[in-house]
Design a protein around this ligand. Structure first.
Ligand SMILES: [Zn+2]
Length: 640
């Protein structure tokens, strides 16, 4: 079959001298997370994105419909599989097990090994602990690989552990640090009082003393998996502060680095010892914030060492090490921009931007290396910087934002400048690629200002759908601790999810299956009429029923309703994790001031191509089939 097709194409090639064998096509896809259609269009029109404008003039430029809901793991899974959430089974960043009502992260899950052997105080696993990817469906590159077309898939979100089916692959968003978290920084300070009693999510603050110019600290690794009585693994470090100059020497293991205040060390390899014969390698960077009168030192999350990763992060396994030896060590954690350090006041805006820029520079350097070696098939390369910086800096373009301060005006060009740097990447690519290559620039969703937070669980309570055990509870710990399941008909989890407490499905379900649809419609009706008293505007502009997903294969995992907040409003973090705060509405006063987890119609992404594609694309989930069509492959996704 394949040979016949090749032969036919070759004959056509001879006669026309134009049409090349489609399976020999070359396609480069640049994924710019969160690049917004409206802002891109505006900047293209006034000449600020010259390369994208040139690309669009050659081919096409259009809004790209995002996923329902428009959260990155959902959106990228739509792209990867050509299906909606009903098909790939990723509906939100967090799902719940209805049998236990315990939430879990939606994209991957550790599979703990239960076969162990005990020797004295040590316990040895007989099989290696594994991570399991929870996304269903066929990644589109697998179809190409099966046809012998090589694919290079770099930092694709929601692809950890890596699929193992691309010719070359590096995992991206979803790849943890050594603690198994999405990134936990450490902050060592002689004045930890500013953080007293504060919940520093995404980081750990350690009090240290700087006596005689010497500071001792400890880097904390994961629990020692080999000890019956588990114990944290760690490595100590010492900082020697110069008596006169704002300089310090950091010593960890055999490594020494001298850094000035305001400077970053390079990546430092660190060994965490498990038992005398076992150890794990990690890498981290040190940022010396201040030495006198207060000492403070920031350390990046302990990243998997790409030269010897403790978990699989690339295909083939040696590819990550090859990248590191070609372009230097790099952030292996999926989302390197330290938004948490900024949100918690450990970084100023300038420090956050400098750190994010460093991470972006690594990715850009790696892209140049990969691009220079790209010959045939498909190259996909992902840049996440645009999403993370937009989250933190969006209000600098929105003086109406509740958290806007006059000093933010200084940052109003940060996001446009970032778009220009992405435009430069497009320009470099156009310069280096041959004219036969098709270039596709796309984003998974757009962006907008997030001014108002909506506590959906509290709305459900006020409308009689959710009942709390203690109405006067202070400091709700979340995870539904205060929810009286026996009297609750609906509850919210995740940034857009709303579930019916269904009898026979939920552990303490009370709603009969026959009443489910009626209750859902009643909630939709009330929610879409809810007006924010501060703005006088509707808070929810659309609600999607999971029954309406086109793909149904794994629809049972998802929420019954997906809430599309009106532009400017977003579900609150508190409600997302099962808290029921006192008020329904709140100003968003966080540094995290831009977002996209709203009505999908209000936040489209972009699609710019160097030539009109053979197959039309309206939404993100059409794009995989269109890319495959460039290679002469029809019928994607395959029937499940
Ligand atoms: Zn985002």
């Amino acid at each position: 079959m394949m040979a016949v097709a090749l032969l036919a194409a070759a004959v056509v090639g001879c006669t026309s001298g134009q049409d090349k064998d489609a399976s020999k096509a070359r396609v480069i896809v640049l994924g710019f997370d969160g690049m917004d259609y409206t802002l891109t269009k505006e900047m293209m029109a006034d000449g600020r994105l010259p390369h994208l404008a040139r690309l669009a003039a050659q081919g096409s430029f259009q809004p790209l419909g995002t996923s329902t809901p428009p959260q990155s793991p959902v959106a990228w899974s739509n792209f990867i599989t050509g299906m909606d959430a009903g098909g790939h089974g990723i509906f939100d960043f967090i799902h719940r097990d209805p049998k236990t009502m315990i939430p879990y992260l939606s994209t991957s899950r550790p599979e703990p090994s239960d076969k162990k052997i005990e020797v004295g105080e040590y316990e040895f696993p007989l099989t290696a602990d594994k991570m399991e990817l929870l996304r269903f469906g066929t990644p589109f590159w697998e179809v190409l690989e099966k046809k012998g077309i090589p694919t290079t898939i770099m930092r694709m979100p929601a692809n950890f552990p890596p699929s193992g089916t691309a010719s070359r692959e590096l995992s991206g968003m979803g790849t943890p640090d050594i603690l198994g978290s999405y990134g936990t920084f450490s902050y060592y300070t002689s004045d930890p009082s500013a953080f007293d009693g504060k919940d520093v999510s995404g980081g750990k603050v350690y009090g240290v003393t700087a006596s005689g110019g010497v500071v001792k600290g400890t880097l904390h690794g994961p629990k020692n998996p080999f000890l019956v009585k588990s114990q944290d693994t760690s490595t100590d470090f010492t900082v020697y502060i110069d008596a006169q100059e704002p300089v310090a020497k950091i010593v960890v293991g055999d490594e020494e680095r001298v850094v000035k205040v305001g400077e970053w060390s390079d990546w430092v390899p660190v060994t965490l010892k498990f038992i005398p014969t076992q150890s794990v390698r990690v890498i981290c960077r040190f940022y010396l914030r201040e030495v006198r009168p207060v000492f403070s030192l920031y350390v990046t999350p302990l990243n998997l060492d790409p030269t010897k990763p403790a978990m699989p992060i690339s295909t083939p396994a040696s590819f990550a090490a090859k990248l590191a030896s070609a372009t230097g060590p790099f952030y292996t954690q999926g989302m390197p921009d330290d938004t948490k350090a900024f949100a918690n006041g450990v970084f100023s805006a300038d420090e956050f931007l400098a750190q994010a820029e460093m991470a972006q520079a690594e990715a850009a350097r790696q892209y140049q290396y990969v691009l220079s070696r790209f010959q045939d098939g498909l190259l996909f390369y992902y840049f996440g910087h645009s999403d993370q910086v937009s989250h933190m800096m969006w209000r600098s373009m929105d003086p109406q934002h509740p958290a806007y301060k006059p000093s933010d005006a200084r940052f109003k060009n940060v996001i446009p400048d970032l778009y220009r740097s992405l435009d430069d990447i497009v320009g470099e690519t156009m310069e280096k690629m041959d004219p036969q290559t098709t270039l596709i620039v796309m984003s998974d969703h757009g962006f907008t200002s997030w001014r108002r937070a909506f506590h959906l669980n509290t709305w459900l309570k006020e409308n009689g759908y959710l009942v709390v055990k203690d109405p006067n509870l202070k400091d709700d710990p979340g995870l539904f601790a205060n929810v009286d399941w026996h009297r609750t008909r609906a509850y919210a989890l995740g940034l857009n999810g709303l579930y019916i407490n269904l009898r026979g499905r939920e552990k303490w379900g009370v709603v009969d299956p026959e009443g489910r649809l009626r209750l859902m419609n009643e909630i939709i009706d009330k929610l879409t009429k809810t007006v924010d008293p501060k703005t006088g505007q509707i808070s929810v502009s659309s609600v999607f029923r999971r029954d309406d997903y086109k793909n149904k294969g794994h629809v049972e995992i998802g929420p019954d309703l997906i809430v599309g907040y009106a532009k400017g409003t977003r579900g609150s973090n508190e409600s997302a994790l099962g808290k029921v705060p006192p008020e329904v509405f709140m100003d968003n006063t966080e540094e995290w001031s831009g977002d996209h987890c709203m009505d999908p119609d209000s936040v489209p992404g972009i699609l710019v191509t160097s030539r009109p594609l053979k197959k039309p694309v309206v939404r993100l989930q059409d794009l995989a089939a269109a890319i495959l069509a460039e290679f002469g492959v029809e019928n994607f996704p395959p029937q499940q």
